[in-house]
Design a protein around this ligand. Sequence first.
Ligand SMILES: CC(=O)[C@@H](O)[C@H](O)COP(=O)(O)O
Ligand SMILES: NCC(=O)COP(=O)(O)O
Length: 269
Amino acid sequence: MHPPRILLGVNIDHVATLRQARGTRYPDPVQAALLAEEAGADGITVHPREDGRHIQVRDVRLLAEVLNTRMNLEMAATEAMIALAEEVRPAHVCLVPEKREELTTEGGLDVAGSLEAVSQACQRLAAVGCDVSLFIDPCVEQVEAAARAGAPTIELHTGAYAEARGQAARDEHARLVAAAEMAVELGLVVNAGHGLNYHNVEAVAAISGLHELNIGHAIIGRALFVGLKEAVAEMKRLAIAGQEAGLLAAVEDHEHDHDHGADGSCCGA
Ligand SMILES: CC(=O)[C@@H](O)[C@H](O)COP(=O)(O)O
Ligand SMILES: NCC(=O)COP(=O)(O)O
């Protein structure tokens, strides 16, 4: 059976980065979100940081009123952010680690090391109807902890894969494959994101069991040259093409195993 088409969540943080750089009223991330939806975005992701460097609380409140798809609110599990989520009740909340001095999210949430606190945050958010996801590194320990914390969804941090080259990139890809496989076995919904771009997205979309990719920086960067709608549509085409290629490769592997025996012996002719 063909799995559901992979979804694309568009992160619009960096539209707000440009606005905040001058303290102007433009470009407005809310306008960007509506255009991204028109171009085929399946959801809109925002990450209001504690230091207010891009997305503002005003943006989150307005988006909650006007979005036609779903909001994925990425946030640190602080009291202030949980209160905001309880107020606006986004469809999805993704809990992420946050450091003021970081340029961008450096690693995944240490769910294994803070199981009690993460479980409590998950319960509070689920109580107001949010589907909670945990942004974690692709490692077995964190995937298992996410399942124990009671989150229905994880988002695998693809940053290390995106930054690696050559054999290191293949190794990081293999970690993502293994983490996704384990998460699916544990009954989790599996998303992925961070640092994905027009060159590396297909290999990630090809990973079996992925539900959604969340992509921002590369799309907003490309939008400068081709327009936001085209940038979103192009990314969506690549994600779907990647998923199709992954499915085809899985069928070919299966046929190869059938013809040759899973142990390599030949049983075809
Ligand atoms: C959690 C994550 O991977 C992204 O949302 C990322 O944090 C985008 O926001 P920044 O660019 O502010 O890191
Ligand atoms: N969670 C990842 C995300 O929302 C987008 O990250 P990036 O594409 O801006 O690196």
